[in-house]
Design a protein around this ligand. Structure first.
Ligand SMILES: Cc1cc2nc3c(=O)[nH]c(=O)nc-3n(C[C@H](O)[C@H](O)[C@H](O)COP(=O)(O)OP(=O)(O)OC[C@H]3O[C@@H](n4cnc5c(N)ncnc54)[C@H](O)[C@@H]3O)c2cc1C
Length: 307
């Protein structure tokens, strides 16, 4: 049995719009990205979604906490990357060895039920010239995705679905507040690279220690703060929320806040962003990327069905 999730072919946008409660722009996503970028508030824009078989080209450590897996081969040709926190799903075989893949259906994918075993990773880089696609995987004990990345060798293949879309944020905010743990670091690194060079703001990143810090190409107007949690397990320190809540936004300035990381540790920031910063929905995005003790965690606010 299978179901179609999200946008059916271009011919039926009204029904789809009603079901999703918002307008879908997958049939004109590049125009929509340009419109949102030129506007005053952020919006998640859906892209046409594909599933691809990609080959591992190489792997390399980035700092002591992230393993960069570079994918390529014919399958990654034509991949699209437009926003810093867009993600792909890696699809893994089931315990019995079978691989159940979604099939293309218009601008969307038709997914088997129950959903195949998968994990989500940020698109750290896509180079249209070489077709290379980088994802940076945070290494940790007992993770299917983490173990797969550690074992990955050139020539291995993996199926990759997405990105389903991306959060498009105008570049006219006075300041940007970016915060996360090592799972959010690939997105924060992209944010800092892709913002205009005269952008200003703060970036807070919680890591175990200095060895996990990486080079960041931040605009000069950014204050980058690495927070070291030492021996405290990942996701168990209150460091990130405490540091972020000490930020004081200058009066009258418009700020965009983006936060991701362990669900419990970023929870206090949801209220702070709303009540203390007073940010509207279009001016912030806060997503639990994983949760201590839960495999394949899925944040309710996260639009995974858009795959
Ligand atoms: C939109 C999005 C983008 C993401 N981008 C990235 C990315 O670029 N790089 C990245 O590494 N992760 C990223 N993540 C988080 C990643 O999907 C989760 O950490 C995922 O659980 C990892 O899968 P796993 O198979 O390794 O572990 P699972 O099998 O899911 O979990 C097994 C156990 O490990 C724990 N665990 C999971 N992740 C971690 C961790 N990082 N540190 C310590 N314990 C952990 C779980 O709580 C569970 O107890 C992203 C998540 C989302 C939703």
């Amino acid at each position: 049995m299978s179901t179609t999730q999200g946008m059916p072919p271009e011919s039926s946008p009204p029904a789809d719009t009603a079901r999703r409660g918002r307008t879908d722009h997958r049939h004109r996503h590049l125009e929509r990205i340009a419109e949102v970028r030129a506007g005053r508030g952020a919006e998640k824009v859906g892209y046409p979604i594909h599933v691809r078989e990609a080959a591992v080209v190489r792997t390399a450590m980035v700092g002591s906490g992230l393993l960069r897996v570079t994918l390529g081969g014919p399958g990654t040709a034509g991949f699209e990357a437009h926003s810093p926190d867009e993600h792909v799903k890696f699809l893994f075989p089931e315990p019995d060895g079978t691989l159940r893949l979604p099939v293309p259906d218009g601008h969307m994918l038709r997914w088997p039920k129950p959903s195949p075993t998968s994990r989500e990773y940020t698109v750290r880089r896509y180079d249209p010239e070489t077709g290379e696609l980088d994802v940076d995987v945070a290494l940790h004990e007992g993770g299917l995705g983490s173990d797969w990345a550690l074992a990955a060798r050139p020539g291995d293949t993996v199926h990759v679905a997405g990105p389903p879309g991306g959060l498009i944020v105008p570049h006219n905010y006075d300041r940007y507040l970016l915060a996360g743990d090592i799972t959010a670091l690939p997105a924060i690194a992209r944010w800092l690279e892709e913002l205009p060079r005269d952008a200003a703001g703060w970036a807070f990143i919680e890591v175990a220690g200095p060895d996990e810090e990486i080079e960041l190409a931040a605009p000069t107007g950014f204050e980058v703060r690495w927070l070291h949690r030492g021996d405290v397990p990942a996701g168990a320190s209150g460091l990130l929320a405490d540091a972020v809540r000490a930020v004081r936004v200058p009066d009258g300035e418009r700020v965009y806040a983006w936060v991701a990381g362990e669900a419990g540790s970023i929870k206090p920031l949801r209220r702070w962003v709303r009540d203390e910063l007073g940010l509207a929905k279009a001016d912030h995005d806060i997503t639990g990327y994983w949760k201590r003790g839960v495999a394949d965690f899925d944040d309710d606010d996260h639009e995974h069905h858009d795959h």
